[in-house]
Design a protein around this ligand. Sequence first.
Ligand SMILES: Nc1ncnc2c1ncn2[C@@H]1O[C@H](COP(=O)(O)OP(=O)(O)OP(=O)(O)O)[C@@H](O)[C@H]1O
Ligand SMILES: [Mg+2]
Length: 273
Amino acid sequence: MTSPEADVLDRAKPPPAPALIALSGVAKTFTARNGSAVRALDGVDLEIRPGEFVSIVGPSGCGKSTLLRMVAGLDPCEEGTLVLDGRAVAGPSGDVGVVFQAANLLPWLNVRENVRLPLRVGGRRAAEPARIDALLGMAGLGEFGAKYPYQLSGGMQQRVGICRALARDPRILLMDEPFGALDALTRERMNAELQRIWQTSGKTVLLITHSISEAIFLADRVVVMSARPGRVLRELAVPIPRPRSFDTIVSHPAYAALACEVRGLLSAEGGIE
Ligand SMILES: Nc1ncnc2c1ncn2[C@@H]1O[C@H](COP(=O)(O)OP(=O)(O)OP(=O)(O)O)[C@@H](O)[C@H]1O
Ligand SMILES: [Mg+2]
């Protein structure tokens, strides 16, 4: 029961912004070549508000990448509703940048040309060089613009992939284990950079990760999925002030409690050996 004062305060608050990404009852069944059906997702309900940073964790094979591909418009949503900015997702959109597990750079283009590619495809030319240079600098690749993918480490290639996803300045950034191939220190640096980009740009980010610490460090909210068929098991708010740093976050009492809860949920789903 709320006090009359709290009630007045509640009513004075502006209503929460409508969801930018909204999934309701989303399900997905794949049919294998031999005709057998694989139920990847089942009844996924999830709302992400503009400017929010949401991390998704879940056991391997629970449908996280499938979910992200559907939000990106790369796979159709045939069961349930999937709405982006008030409209049903019907295909890929310039409003959405995607970073996958592998960078998938074009080997015959240098770093700068790879990052520029979405701008060329989108027919945008203005302010390109400065924008590309700023992105490369942000990712610690300022001196590598003229190099080719084969001349870069796997981690550097992945950073180029992140720059490419940001090239068109999308409102929404979808990331599928983008830092899995990076060494631990580079990964922490990229996490800190991503936090900074997110804080200054107002982008809405959906990040899939297998790292509990990464999920908590970056997110406003951690979504834990069940084993396949994936559904939302729990949504946990991360009440830790920003900017966060890896040096200090581990001593925040909420951090240990959250990490423990996420680990327990994943363990119960068979997601942690
Ligand atoms: N195109 C496809 N055809 C058939 N089955 C598929 C297809 N894509 C995914 N699946 C199946 O759907 C399930 C979910 O796959 P998905 O790649 O989304 O899982 P994930 O949670 O991203 O796993 P991981 O954490 O290992 O990346 C798996 O059983 C997978 O084999
Ligand atoms: Mg995956």
